[in-house]
Design a protein around this ligand. Sequence first.
Ligand code: UDX
Ligand code: ADP
Length: 453
Amino acid sequence: MKICCIGAGYVGGPTMAMIAHKSDKHIVTVVDINQARIDAWNSDTLPIFEPGLDEIVKQARGKNLFFSTEVDTAIREADIIFISVNTPTKTYGMGVGRAADLTFIEKCARQIAAVAEDDKIVVEKSTLPVRTAASIKRILEANSNGRNFQILSNPEFLAEGTAVSDLENPDRVLIGGDQTPAGLEAIQTLVDVYAEWVPREKILTTNLWSSELSKLTANAFLAQRISSINAISALCEATGANVDEVAHAVGTDSRIGPKFLKSSVGFGGSCFQKDILNLVYLCEHFGLPEVAKYWNGVIEMNDYQKRRFGSRVISSMFNTVAGKKIAVLGFAFKKDTNDTRESAAIYVCKDLLGENAELTIYDPEVSESQIRYDLDLSAEDTSVTVCDDAYTATKDAHAILILTEWDEFKALDFQRIHDGMELPAFLFDGRNLLDLEALRKIGFEATGIGQGE
Ligand code: UDX
Ligand code: ADP
């Protein structure tokens, strides 16, 4: 099978690397219009940091895994074309701030229609609004010239930071397609690709719309759990309960389960907010305002949590952070990734900069240029200093904010850090990563999320 994937991002790159790694029967070419990104995929320093990814890419690259900017050639030669381009929230026009921007998807569909010379299976990998497959199909069919295009939906459920193990051992693979003989045949072709390593009973097949909607729903449910526990965290702080203890007690109910109940400074990442906004927009479009309002609450609670964290920092520090040095440890939206999209750190840092705080930021994987870009700061702006390690970042600081749960923060010498700080030394643990009791013993004014007095 010749497989092409348009879009060499956080989803396309790792997913295609795994397909190539698992079966040398398939020739997999990942294409992108971004030359720098393709160059990085072909280099020793991959464009994304993901544990375990280097090994599988290096093992398959040049054998049956290729990265290229030759989009037309890859489309022409492929039997299966995955579309894995970005679908950001719209920043203009109708549905601004909520609907998904499908410009990149439509461009791909038109390019496939223009270039393909024979029948193709086109697979939506990007997360899309329900019924997008219908639009792709119309574009392809309007230009088919006798060629047969089958559209499948195969949403990706991998989480960043654990992408390789999620791909290797998925809870399920979902494939939606037309329930016609040709559609079912296309579904079977894609099932066979995954069946190289995924047990058959974990490969679910559905109609197109169920598959598209399942992805949005899964992300909405996961985000809803975080917003639910974060809502309770505010009540814990007011009442003296401890949110970790509450989450544990609640999560031991087998009907609820323990995962995604970790209270935090707020969820980030490229998916949760975007997908829920998209779901909300769809509900409104289909005349379901009550359903839209229900899901929008998940976003509102997340925004509240991010704002609440910043407010708590300011109020604890005698209601002013102006001119104070605040060390921010962690900028990525979660550990084990260099991705900062929608990271809670961006919102918290902007709020504190708005109060004229001086920030020293350290993240093990996020670059200075990315941090400055995310905070809308020029290279000359001195309100933020990006440091190479946590000790430099915390030196002479009035407060430390833990915003990403990197393992290395647990191993820091906090006595040494405390000795180098202004007193009283505040520590706000936005991830409940550290032993607050032990920190208090060495003199920190330490608070976590949802930790009552
Ligand atoms: C998510 C989905 O998990 C994945 O299935 C989908 O394909 C893409 O979106 P991702 O955004 O990469 O994956 O990471 P995830 O682990 O879900 O974390 C999202 C955000 O929620 C992070 O900011 C994380 O820190 C936060 N989170 C997660 C919590 O605050 N508490 C939790 O209990 C879990
Ligand atoms: P995701 O997290 O969904 O993988 P990314 O933004 O990381 O999203 O990756 C999407 C990639 O798709 C980007 O590298 C972008 O350059 C690429 N892309 C967007 N449109 C096209 C297109 N028409 N042809 C080829 N690549 C594209």
